[in-house]
Design a protein around this ligand. Structure first.
Ligand code: GLA
Length: 382
């Protein structure tokens, strides 16, 4: 009799759990990842910053691949998928907890802005007005300054939780880090069933300003950041790159890649010629494109995992960065250090220091105009 009672209780409990999971309460925050395999978005507490709640959002597609994003910095914290051996690992560098991001993350997975990459001496002019920005990288301004978009808590627009889509908003006030104009920014991430992560950026300003948004994900296709990425094969569709001075500011020249270690038009191992590039790759490539539509601009393959990453963008450039400043001083949540070359970035963007380089494509945004760019990363296994 006792045994029957026990069985009855187990069945009732199981039914209650199933009912709760299907009762349309997806909007609510859950405290565990138990529901996270459902297609769509699940929200999990991640901590607080500046007194504001921070969440992690788990986007799951029909294949069970998952991208985790926190509204702190609109940051991609993980992108897990199966490798050729059926092992599920994350192909981006990141941390499991918010403390990792607050403890000096080198922009892992974050949206950077207002200006991705450097503006020389933190100064630029619009018309007759000179603007002075926060200087945070030697004498220069980098990735939006001391408290760029990567360190802000973004607002999440409530959307249908049954779709793996996340829309984040941020209002950058007039004068923030020295930039003019109130700037309204939206970044929308979509994970498709074809394992594509699409990032769509839109913005509007009420005063002329400059804008260059990008995502700073570091990829390691082996899914294990104790490996470096030097054996990954890279293809970049670019006939020119922008050489830099010692402060990593473009000289203004567009230099041909032909016959140099910067020619990736036919796939080459990242490590093959990196020794000939002082410091490693940290350069903007001038993309070879026919128009400003969404086009394939790069692809990367790794034989260990069988993974391939293709990069599509509407942008004119990409900053190919090989994690040269990672030096093992930061550790992952697994206690494994992030060593030099543990990841590579493909930061689709306008060229660094464009506000001071009249010959580069303009980054000026005026009131009444709509900033709109799209970048898509497509993952597959071969
Ligand atoms: C960018 C820059 C690098 C470095 C990293 C962040 O990719 O080009 O020089 O500042 O960000 O560490």
């Amino acid at each position: 009799m006792k045994f029957l009672h026990y069985r009855f209780l187990v069945v009732v409990t199981a039914l209650l759990i199933i009912t709760a999971c299907n009762s349309g309460e997806e909007n609510k925050t859950v405290t565990s990842e138990s529901m996270s395999l459902k297609v769509g978005v699940v929200k999990i507490d991640f901590g607080t910053v500046d007194g504001k709640p921070v969440y992690q959002y788990i986007l799951t597609n029909a294949k069970g691949d998952q991208v985790k994003i926190t509204n702190y910095g609109a940051t991609v914290t993980s992108w897990s998928s199966l490798d050729k051996n059926g092992k599920k690992t994350s192909i981006v560098l990141g941390f499991d907890s918010l403390s990792g991001y607050l403890g000096g993350s080198p922009y892992f997975g974050a949206v950077v802005g207002r200006y991705g990459n450097r503006i020389a001496k933190g100064k630029f002019k619009i018309g007759d007005s000179t603007y002075t920005l926060a200087v945070n990288n030697g004498a220069n301004h980098l990735h939006g300054g001391i408290k760029g978009f990567d360190k802000q808590v973004w607002d999440v627009a409530e959307t249908a939780d049954s779709l793996p889509v996340l829309s984040l908003n941020y209002l950058s006030k007039d004068g923030e880090e020295g930039y003019p104009g109130n700037l309204k920014v939206n970044v929308t991430y979509t994970l498709t069933d074809e394992d594509e992560l699409t990032i769509e950026y839109t913005a509007e300003t009420d005063k002329p300003t400059v804008l260059n948004l990008t995502n700073h994900s570091y990829f390691n296709l082996t899914g294990d950041h104790s490996n470096n990425i030097l054996d990954h094969k890279m293809m970049i569709k670019a006939d020119y790159y922008t050489p830099v001075d010692t402060g990593l500011i473009p000289t203004g020249e567009l230099r041909a890649v032909k016959g140099t270690p910067f020619d990736f038009n036919t796939p080459k191992k990242i490590g093959e010629r990196i020794g000939k590039v002082p410091g490693g790759y940290d350069h903007n490539f001038v993309l070879k494109r026919t128009d400003s539509s969404l086009q394939l601009i790069a692809s990367v393959t790794d034989t260990v995992s069988g993974r391939k990453l293709e990069v599509f963008t509407t942008q004119p450039g990409v900053q190919f960065y090989t994690g040269n400043f990672l030096n093992g001083s930061i550790k992952g949540s697994d206690e494994i250090p992030f060593n030099k070359n543990a990841g590579f970035c493909m930061e689709t963007q306008h060229f660094p220091d464009s506000p001071n380089k009249p010959k580069f494509p303009t980054t000026l945004l005026k009131p009444g105009e709509k900033y709109h760019t799209i970048t898509k990363y497509r993952l597959s296994v071969e």
